[in-house]
Write a protein of this length. Structure first.
Ligand code: NAD
Ligand code: IPM
Ligand code: MN
Length: 351
């Protein structure tokens, strides 16, 4: 029996509700096999911060680092809560984990499953993979403010792009494209305005592309990419882009793929130096928290990505098959979170 050490961070709001279902699905898909999960739960997030003042204590981060993978729900309090300092939890917990554990490939698949209604009228066969840089860009925290709070305030938020950081995510994206049948890679930036980072991204994409002659590479400015994504999302195969562009485009992709309740993600450390972290794209959704209204499918599909990452792709496929079966028949009436989880479990195919 192989034992996998899984760190679980349910977080705030709907996080614990959707993670409960993802955990039940993991147990069901692994039942009767030779893989055992050993879970440790970490109570982190806005709720913990408000109760104790802790964001991510060093010793807990150390403990998390000793696991094989992380399953993360969502964190964040009610927007505008004056007790939460601006971006305290998002930066001090979620981004700190992504940065310190070098989750440089933030992978967010967008697949429109049969029976699912896209936000688009006629989306076509949508099946693309967004590879979002996860550790730098405008998220790096390189900024500051002069004369804060005055009419003469000047605030900066500098986008940090290292050749090392860009090359490793670009390589990851080429490898991902190589493993897919269509062998297409679109890189997205804003080279017509962001000339320094843009020309470095361009040089690196060109250099790496030379090693992958089978891959058809094209480029789009990020503004045009939103047009193409909305008008003809089926044209995309793999997309690679920087941290902020990727954040925005993956919410668009979420709507195209049938809604944010279905959008899964993996924060991957491909080198295996640190545990990778799997989480739904959505946040803590305070507007529906505690009411069993959240769709756990995004969390369940994130758990499937976790299985893939651990070399359990056949089990990941069984979870996706079960989700596909549930989505094909679920209809449009809202269902409680636990009902969706149970329906997915009931649809898991035999080994
Ligand atoms: P959100 O994703 O939490 O919610 C946006 C909208 O989508 C809401 O109307 C919500 O009800 C709906 N929604 C989200 N997930 C859903 C699901 N599974 N099923 C059905 N509906 C769902 O984004 P927000 O409102 O901008 O942010 C709320 C908090 O979450 C903020 O504090 C934000 O910083 C945080 N956040 C955290 C993460 C994360 O932990 N990874 C991601 C995004 C936002
Ligand atoms: C996401 C979220 C996060 C991000 C926030 C909560 C820090 O929006 O995972 O997409 O911007 O990366
Ligand atoms: Mn986002």
């Amino acid at each position: 029996t192989r034992t996998i050490k899984l760190a679980v961070i349910p977080g705030d709001g709907i996080g614990p509700e959707v993670i409960e279902q993802a955990n039940l699905v993991l147990d069901a898909v692994l039942a009767g096999g030779d893989v055992a999960l050993e879970r440790t739960e970490f109570a982190l997030g806005a709720e913990r911060f408000l109760a104790t003042g802790d964001t991510l204590p060093e010793d807990e981060q150390q403990q998390i680092a000793e696991h094989d993978a992380i399953l993360f729900g969502a964190v964040g309090g009610v927007p505008g809560d004056p007790r939460l300092k601006h971006a305290n939890i998002e930066r001090g917990l979620l981004l700190k984990l992504r940065f310190d554990f070098e989750h440089y490939a933030n992978v967010r698949p967008c697949t429109l499953f049969p029976g699912v209604e896209s936000a688009l009228r006629d989306p076509g066969a949508v099946d693309f993979l967004m590879v979002r840089e996860g550790t730098e860009g405008p998220y790096a925290g390189n900024g500051g403010t002069l004369r804060p709070g005055t009419p003469n305030e000047v605030a900066t938020e500098v986008s940090v792009n290292s050749a090392f950081g860009v090359e490793r995510v670009v390589r990851y994206a080429f490898e991902a494209a190589q493993a897919r049948p269509r062998k297409k890679l679109t890189w997205v930036h804003k080279t017509n305005v962001l000339v320094f980072a843009g020309s470095m991204w361009q040089r690196i994409v060109q250099t790496v592309a030379a090693e992958y002659p089978e891959i058809a590479v094209d480029y789009m400015h990020v503004d045009a990419a939103t047009i193409h994504m909305v008008q003809d999302p089926a044209r995309f195969d793999v997309i690679v882009t920087d941290n902020l562009f990727g954040d925005i485009l993956t919410d668009v992709a979420g709507a195209i793929g049938g809604g944010i309740g279905l959008a899964a993600s993996g924060n991957i450390n491909p080198d295996g130096t640190f545990p990778s972290m799997f989480e739904p794209v959505h946040g803590s959704a305070p507007d529906i928290a505690g009411q069993q209204k959240a769709d756990p499918t995004a969390a369940i599909l994130s758990a499937a990505l976790l299985l893939d990452h651990l070399g359990l792709g056949a089990e990941g496929d069984r979870v996706r098959d079960a989700v596909r079966a549930d989505l094909a028949t679920r209809g449009s009436a809202p269902r409680p979170t636990a009902t969706v989880g149970a329906a997915v479990i009931a649809a898991i195919p035999a080994r």
